[in-house]
Design a protein around this ligand. Structure first.
Ligand SMILES: Cc1cc2nc3c(=O)[nH]c(=O)nc-3n(C[C@H](O)[C@H](O)[C@H](O)COP(=O)(O)OP(=O)(O)OC[C@H]3O[C@@H](n4cnc5c(N)ncnc54)[C@H](O)[C@@H]3O)c2cc1C
Length: 337
């Protein structure tokens, strides 16, 4: 049986490239297929939680950015802050992160082919896609994964249907926290990414409007604004993560919401688990590993999204976080890992 590569990775975002790096460490040959050229941008709040940052550094990926020391929840008249216990996270522009991941993958002899995968054929010995025959395929092709659909794994958009849009504003950084500003209609979270650049991501069920956040709108008034990038619906309920020799990693494997800002960290951790399952020749074991890696995120993020859906409980989130600082700090630190 001849193969072009041990592992074909469809999607060269953070999930795909972290998978490539883990696979190379295990001595697997790797081809990554993505129609876009590096550095790839995407709608993202761009905050790397301390745990995810540590995983990236362990892969020798250490992108430039701005440290942040915790999370602050802010409404019109209340503020709650929780500091990370395990050192800072880092705000990193997606293009900077992607360039760092892609450079490291190249150094590690990962091949990149510019193509969009539209179909996958597999048998007991291997998988073929985009003309490449591989022993294994990892699909890291994002929220609306084509590979997932092609291999018959079902996914549906969950409720509430929320969307995310991100801009950059050229303005001096004013906080050492990632700030989450809450309004009746959505949340705006502000991440420092350069000394004079912040990312602002608005998450909502409606078309976003900075005017929902009067303090923020005033503070950013007149600042140069970059182009908008959006995506959604954010919640994708995926029935399973493994089909034969195909494993799903990152957003393709299922997503709750961007409210707790952990997608990249989770994608990197899932990458390690998927490669472990492949090396052990036990693909089915990845399903349980995925549930383990994502458990806290799924419960806490889903809980927060549901609690913040009715107007009454939504109004209580920031005051409750301020009144119960130890609970808020605990939740933030569970998610930080
Ligand atoms: C508004 C918003 C804010 C967020 N904020 C944060 C945050 O602050 N911190 C954080 O950690 N996470 C955040 N996230 C989540 C984070 O952006 C994602 O979880 C992360 O990008 C997932 O990486 P991925 O590699 O799985 O997918 P993606 O980054 O989506 O990469 C998928 C790749 O697959 C490629 N692709 C797609 N289809 C095909 C195909 N058919 N063939 C080949 N290639 C294909 C695409 O070109 C892309 O390069 C946020 C998300 C949103 C929407």
């Amino acid at each position: 049986m001849s193969y072009d590569t041990d592992l074909l990775i469809v999607g060269g975002g953070p999930g795909g490239l972290a998978t490539a790096l883990h696979a190379r460490r295990q001595g697997l040959s790797v081809i990554v297929a993505d129609p876009r050229e590096s550095p790839i941008d995407k709608a993202c709040g761009e905050g790397l939680m301390p745990g995810g940052l540590a995983e990236l550094i362990a892969l020798d990926v250490d992108p430039a950015g701005m440290p942040f020391y915790g999370i602050a929840y802010i409404s019109e008249n209340r503020r709650a802050e929780a500091r990370f216990r395990s050192g800072p996270g880092r705000g990193v522009r997606r293009t900077t992160l992607h360039a760092a991941l892609a450079a490291r993958a190249k150094e590690q002899d990962t091949e990149w082919i510019r193509t969009r995968v539209t179909g996958v054929v597999q048998d007991a010995q291997g998988v073929t896609a985009a003309g490449v025959r591989a022993k294994w395929l990892v699909a890291a092709d994002g929220l609306h994964s084509t590979v997932r659909r092609t291999v018959g794994i079902t996914a549906k958009a969950g409720i509430p249907r929320r969307y995310g849009v991100r801009w950059h504003y050229r303005v001096p950084v004013w906080s050492e926290f990632v700030e989450v500003h809450w309004s009746r209609w959505g949340e705006a979270y502000v991440t420092p990414v350069e000394p004079d650049l912040v990312g602002v991501a608005i998450l909502s069920r409606q078309r976003p409007d900075l005017a929902w956040f009067p303090w923020l709108a005033q503070h950013l008034d007149g600042a140069q604004r970059g182009r908008a990038r959006g995506c959604g619906p954010l919640r994708q309920v995926v029935s399973r993560r493994v089909a034969g020799r195909v494993l799903l990693v990152g957003d393709a494997a299922g997503y709750e919401d961007a409210l707790t800002g952990e997608g990249i960290s989770l994608a990197v951790k899932q990458a390690a688990a998927a490669v472990r399952a492949i090396v052990d020749d036990r693909p089915a074991s990845y399903e349980a590993a995925w549930h383990r890696v994502t458990r806290n995120y799924r419960w806490l993020t889903r809980g927060l999204v549901l609690a913040s859906t009715p107007a009454l409980t939504r109004r209580a989130i920031v005051p409750a976080s301020a009144l119960l600082p130890s609970v808020f700090e605990r939740a933030v630190n569970i998610l930080a890992h």
